[in-house]
Design a protein around this ligand. Sequence first.
Ligand SMILES: Cc1ncc(C[n+]2csc(CCOP(=O)(O)OP(=O)(O)O)c2C)c(N)n1
Ligand SMILES: [Mg+2]
Length: 548
Amino acid sequence: MQPAEMTTVGQYLVRRLEQVGLKHIFGVPGDYVLRFFDLLEASSIDLVVTCNELNAGYAADAYARLNGVGGICLTYGVGGFSVFNAVAGAFAERVPLIIVSGGPRNPQAPSRVLLHHTIGDMNLQYKIYEHIMAAAVILEDPEQAPDQIDQTIAACLRERLPVYIEIPMDLVAQPCRPAGPFTVDSSIPSDPEALTEAVGEAVQMLAAAQNPAILAGVEVARLGLCRELEDFVNYTRFPFATTILGKSLLSERHPQFMGVYFGRLGPEGVQKSVEDADVLLCLGALMTDINLGVDTATHFHGRMIVANSDKVGIKHHVYPQVGLRDFIQGLRAGLPRWGQAGQVATEHMALTGRSEFSPVASQKITLKRFYQAVNRWLGRHNLIVSDTGNATLLGASELFLPDGVPFIAQAFYVSIGYALPATLGAKLAAPSLRPITFIGDGALQMTVQELSTIIRRGLNPIIFLMNNDGYAIERVFHDGPYNDLQMWRYSRLPEVFGGGWGCEVRTEGELEDAVQQALSRDGELAFIEVHLDRADYWESLLRLKNLR
Ligand SMILES: Cc1ncc(C[n+]2csc(CCOP(=O)(O)OP(=O)(O)O)c2C)c(N)n1
Ligand SMILES: [Mg+2]
């Protein structure tokens, strides 16, 4: 090949990252990755340097949930190991992430000294990551590198899971063939016989059902099947709920929408409607304890059809190799319409609907009324980010969202501290939307530094810091001094980090004023500390505790 037709391994990788749709990548520099960082700086990709790698991971995760794919770039060892928890969360929740790590040197080249950021074994980071990846590779040979890069990125897009590419620092500038066009067939092929049998059995069950219902989950969004699901719901007229991880997949104002199913952790009415179904059709719902409200839904397996991205389980047996898209299309073609249209009383609307709430100025804020208050002014130009905790996920899951408002929460892996860096990633992925973020005081203390990057980039989320003086959700289950936190002067944080506007509120009147201020300051961060009673627990949490 003539030199003019060559590129470098580093440039090849950057080009592929551009081609799959990364407009931003999150990371922290270090010497093993600096040359690659230079290439990113010279590309169309905006390199977002976060305060630490864990935060880069959470930011990229949220970015990927909205953009379809996200990217992280970091140095070896100190960077790679720091981001591990965020990547494990992405793996658990099926988030497509491309992790690019610098490497000390080509592992083929021997060294007689121990290298910094390593503990001796040069393959250790790769070996650890391999377990939480659709594919992982250490690039070693410039001739093979292009194919290895392509195969690894294709696995990310096809399987909607993280992948790991380690690029040794001495390989970045080595010549390789140029990057041509790149397309990935990300459809999941079905075994025709398994598909026909699975559809046949499911149609039979659903056609005979008196009281069927759909439980839709996050894989529908990951696989880009929201339109198909909507059409299916409209056609069948079956009532539907979503899991918490799948919240806002479809319009929450749809007349057949029953609410967000969270088992015992959610509203009793929604729990009853879902669990009373004589056939429950689960579409793209991950069968996790949290999605199912810890332990409630496991006992109706005999009435369940569980279709995931690449298999269908009916009652107690499984059809492998059945793609979700094909299965929904098969059901759509085979099922008669259900007779009883539009009869679902939307439990959800009754709980948090706009009309119910009017603030009482001097009344102390309670959790339940806080989320009702928020619901009055949410609009289509918002996106919701929630952390995990008594004062956050349990309340945010009950918001009655306007159509198309994304809901981002790590609602299965539930690593606290996710929401603040996720706010950064989500805002960069959807710049026209203003994030509304709910974070517990415990969660904030984990990743608070990312306020700095949010301010540095001039982003405008409205962040509610839900201050209940400690790890409330843990207190419910088992209390001890370890659930206490140092009390910070949270509302002063914008000042500490150098921008935005902060305040603290205790009453409904103060909350109303703060929200008006935040809305009028449309172009900057608003940080509102909400003081709550220590013992302001959701009833559902207390119910769950009593059953344990
Ligand atoms: C990274 C991480 N460490 C520990 C936990 C265990 N954990 C779950 S919830 C929680 C407390 C959350 O406290 P806070 O954010 O203040 O929310 P609250 O329940 O008080 O509303 C902890 C420590 C976790 N989920 N993730
Ligand atoms: Mg708390």
